[in-house]
Design a protein around this ligand. Structure first.
Ligand code: NAD
Length: 254
């Protein structure tokens, strides 16, 4: 059903990929809160996305990093929008996903919560205001079953800090510290991934100077916050020009 006045459908029909997982289940549970969305299929390992594609306007992918590039190229071939929640992609996978975005609109965000989107914005502002005399460290904690580290959200925070400081992340990053590592250099950015229990996702950015310290923290207590953000993104992205968008675009923060 399409409105004559805009290119996006009145009801956005979605396929959820990775539907048997923790996020897939949260997406299915939350979809009913979004009156403009209809889940037409929920699929997981071994299911055939190609045959289902004609029924949908968009695919939401919360699966495994090695699945996303294929999903993206299938969406590109079928002209369907894509929302990517999956994290942990390697450089080759990221390049394939970017290639697909030449043909279709996609929202690709390491974190779909409104709170974390705000944390991203605040982190950039704080890094710009506080300047190079503040040492930068990022801490993240997740449940014991999480497969990738550091988290996609922590990686986005590090990219923001690296961008503001104008440093190459592969040179600046310190993943934990062990042994006689020597004094901290001014240019390094520390990252520490903690795993345990059922923690949904905690992230803290520390700005530490002589005499004072600023800490920005976000704690997620329910996966519904990510699910509702991704569902909202799927309604937003259909009908947009091809390209890669993030949650700041969806929330109108640009
Ligand atoms: P999970 O392990 O509970 O679920 C993943 C699901 O994907 C499983 O059901 C698995 O069978 C399925 N899967 C694996 N390979 C597949 C394939 N080739 N095709 C289809 N399905 C496949 O993991 P989760 O906690 O639900 O997280 C899923 C992903 O989402 C992870 O990468 C995680 O880091 C990410 N995540 C992102 C956000 C965000 O806001 N962007 C929030 C939470 C989790």
């Amino acid at each position: 059903m399409f409105s004559p006045f805009c290119q996006s459908p009145l009801v956005t029909r979605i396929i959820i990929n990775g539907s048997k997982g923790r996020m897939g289940q949260a997406l299915l549970a939350c979809a009913g809160n979004h009156s403009g969305l209809q889940v037409v299929a929920s699929i997981d390992v071994g299911d055939d996305l190609v045959s289902l594609m004609p029924q949908a306007d968009a695919v939401i992918d919360f699966s495994h990093h090695d699945a996303t590039a294929t999903v993206a190229s299938l969406c590109a071939a079928a002209g369907k929008a894509l929302v990517i929640g999956t994290t942990g992609h390697n450089e080759m996978e990221k390049a394939s996903i970017r290639a697909a975005a030449v043909k279709i609109p996609m929202v690709w965000a390491s974190n779909y919560s409104t709170g974390v989107t705000t944390l991203f914005w605040l982190t950039r502002k704080a890094a710009e205001i506080l300047g190079p005399s503040f040492d930068l460290e990022v801490l993240e904690m997740h449940h014991r079953l999480k497969k990738d580290a550091p988290s996609g959200t922590a990686t986005t925070l590090l990219e923001i800090l690296g961008d503001v400081r104008k440093v190459q992340l592969d040179e600046a990053l310190r993943h934990g510290r062990q042994g006689i590592v020597g004094e901290r250099t001014a240019s390094e950015i520390g990252i520490h991934a903690i795993r345990g229990g059922d923690v949904v996702g905690d992230h803290t950015v520390i700005f530490a100077a002589t005499g004072e310290r600023v800490e920005l923290t976000h704690k997620a207590s329910s996966r519904d916050t990510f699910a509702n953000g991704a569902l909202r993104a799927s309604g937003w992205v259909v009908g947009r020009p091809p390209g890669i968008y993030d949650m700041q675009d969806v929330l109108g923060l640009r």
